[in-house]
Design a protein around this ligand. Structure first.
Ligand code: CA
Length: 153
């Protein structure tokens, strides 16, 4: 449970209570998919069944709040690992595009990357994005600037 922070717990409690109409302290496992979807985590049916089976060990078809937290912690934690994996991938991408190992990517190369990511992007949008990223107008983007744009952090 320690993997979940207070705001995550509050969010889960609100969702749990909303679906525990009769205030029995349990919710049906049928509801799990819907709840997770509401919280912005859409899982395919196989994954969903897999984690429900893991948590509902006695196959009662119902989960208590603590079980529900255990379930949520599973993929909230997985998601954190995903974030780390994404940053690792971005780091590799940055190295790849920083061909000469200068520690920066030129805005020309960055435009190519954006076009690859989204081929419907217009030249005007590209210019606007580049202007925002390369705030000092140096014509280059370093790792910090790159990460900020890619992760929104
Ligand atoms: Ca710059």
């Amino acid at each position: 449970m320690e993997e979940l922070d207070k705001s995550q717990l509050q969010l889960l409690k609100n969702a749990f209570d909303a679906f525990d109409h009769e205030k029995k302290g349990v919710i049906s496992t049928d509801m799990i998919g819907t709840i997770l979807e509401m919280l912005g985590h859409e899982l395919d049916e196989d994954t969903l069944n897999e984690i429900i089976t893991e948590v509902d060990v006695n196959a009662t078809g119902e989960l208590q709040f603590s079980d529900f937290c255990t379930l949520a912690a599973k993929f909230l934690t997985e998601e954190e690992e995903d974030d780390e994996a994404i940053i690792k991938e971005l780091r590799e991408a940055f190295r790849l595009y920083d061909r000469e190992g200068n520690g920066y990517i030129t805005t020309d190369v960055l435009k190519e990357i954006f076009k690859e990511l989204d081929n419907s992007i217009t030249p005007e949008d590209l210019d606007t994005m580049i202007e925002e990223i390369d705030s000092d107008g140096s014509g280059t983007v370093d790792w910090d600037e790159f990460l900020e744009v890619m992760t929104g952090e």
